[in-house]
Design a binder for this molecule. Structure first.
Ligand code: COA
Length: 350
């Protein structure tokens, strides 16, 4: 028994934000962003109408319809995001409510693996399906980054990269030997945790050795989740050591893709379509070059949507499928690298 993607869908908000729009907010240029990241524009959700959950629910509805099932047939929900509506509860239960799934037999799990959240979620879903536990697992990756970025010049290295969007799949068991997930490989290295991170507000206290840097006191009754110092000094945004991330990404992407190919008995030339997490076009191009893949073997859409973290792979896969670039029997490779660091790859037959 294998796990197949039985339905897929994506959603992006209407509002297009171009590099020229960002030029008006911060000291940046279209040339800088295009040359370093490949991004020309991204989508931002409507702050009053959309959240990570609502975008995820829209993508999920499309995936459910594409699978030809009813929402009440979903028996497990997995939601991957780094920009949840609430600190808790997670978006898994919120999307259950948003979709109007009243069946309480359904479990809801939240995945916090940032850019590799979808690949991690796929592997978790695969275990549940292959073990016979669930028949229709709904896996969603969604992000509302625009709510938490620093749009001043101070935050320009991070804020020009990220965009909002959602993608979802329905996973079902199949006995067809020529379709489904062949192998998944997951990795992590927590030594790089703060190199791409959103640590404050948070409950880290003095754990990182510099409590005073964040304005944490020693008083056990002092609320320290968010301090005045964090607000005054604009510490409440994500931070990234771009060069460090780039260096590891270009090493780990090819490594984990080769690991998956080798396990399943394939070579890079056998890949019909590689969908790398849309971190940065330069990273994808580097991976393509190392693996000696033709242009038609790699799908990128970061130019239009920016980096949508947990949403990027299902969003790209869904768009590629809609364009007719994914056909029955194709060998598809999904690969991700990101914050943690965590990385992984899945190989599947469509
Ligand atoms: N516009 C204009 N200038 C910018 C800028 C922006 N948006 N962001 C940073 N700069 C400036 C820097 O301040 C720096 O100026 P200085 O030389 O005067 O100090 C200069 O550009 C170079 O900065 P640097 O960070 O060294 O650039 P880089 O070549 O490493 O490119 C990234 C920056 C972020 C594009 C690059 O490191 C990268 O792609 N990293 C991987 C990021 C990624 O993929 N993240 C997602 C992982 S899932």
């Amino acid at each position: 028994m294998r796990t197949k993607i039985a339905g897929i869908g994506h959603y992006v908000p209407e509002q297009v934000v171009t590099n020229q729009d960002l030029e008006k907010l911060m000291d940046t240029t279209d040339d800088w962003i295009t040359e370093r990241t490949g991004i020309k524009e991204r989508r931002f959700g409507s702050r009053q109408k959309e959240t990570t959950t609502t975008m995820g629910a829209e993508a999920a509805s499309r995936a459910i319809e594409d699978a030809g099932i009813s929402k009440e047939e979903v028996d497990f929900i997995i939601f991957a995001t780094l920009s949840p509506d609430y600190f808790f509860p997670g978006c898994g239960v919120l999307v259950q409510r948003e979709l109007g799934i009243s069946n309480t037999e359904v479990g809801a799990l939240d995945i916090r693996n940032q850019c590799s959240g979808f690949v991690y979620g796929l592997s978790v879903a695969d275990q549940f399906v292959r073990s016979g536990t669930y028949k229709n697992v709904l896996l969603i990756g969604a992000e509302m980054h625009s709510m938490g970025l620093d749009f001043s010049t101070r935050g320009r290295d991070v804020s020009v990269i990220f965009g909002d969007g959602a993608g979802a799949v329905v996973l079902q068991p199949t006995e067809d030997e020529n379709s489904g997930i062949l192998t998944s490989h997951l990795h992590s290295d927590g030594r790089h945790a703060e190199e791409l991170a959103f640590i404050s507000p948070g409950c880290h206290g003095g754990y990182h050795g510099q409590p005073e840097q964040y304005g944490f006191s020693d008083d056990p009754y002092d609320t320290i989740f968010i301090t005045q110092k964090m607000l005054d000094e604009a510490m409440i945004f994500p931070n990234m050591n771009g060069r460090h991330v780039f260096k590891f990404a270009v090493q780990k992407f090819p490594e984990v893709i080769m690991e998956a190919l080798k396990t399943a008995g394939y070579q890079p030339s056998d890949i019909d379509l590689l969908i790398p997490h849309q971190a940065n076009l330069r990273i994808s191009q580097f991976v393509q070059k190392v693996l000696k893949l033709r242009d038609d073997q790699v799908y990128n859409n970061i130019q239009k949507y920016g980096n949508t973290t947990a949403a990027s792979i299902p969003l790209a896969l869904s768009e590629a499928r809609d364009k007719g670039l994914v056909k029955s029997g194709d060998l598809i490779c999904l690969a991700a690298f990101g914050s943690g660091f965590t990385w992984g790859a899945s190989l599947l037959k469509w």
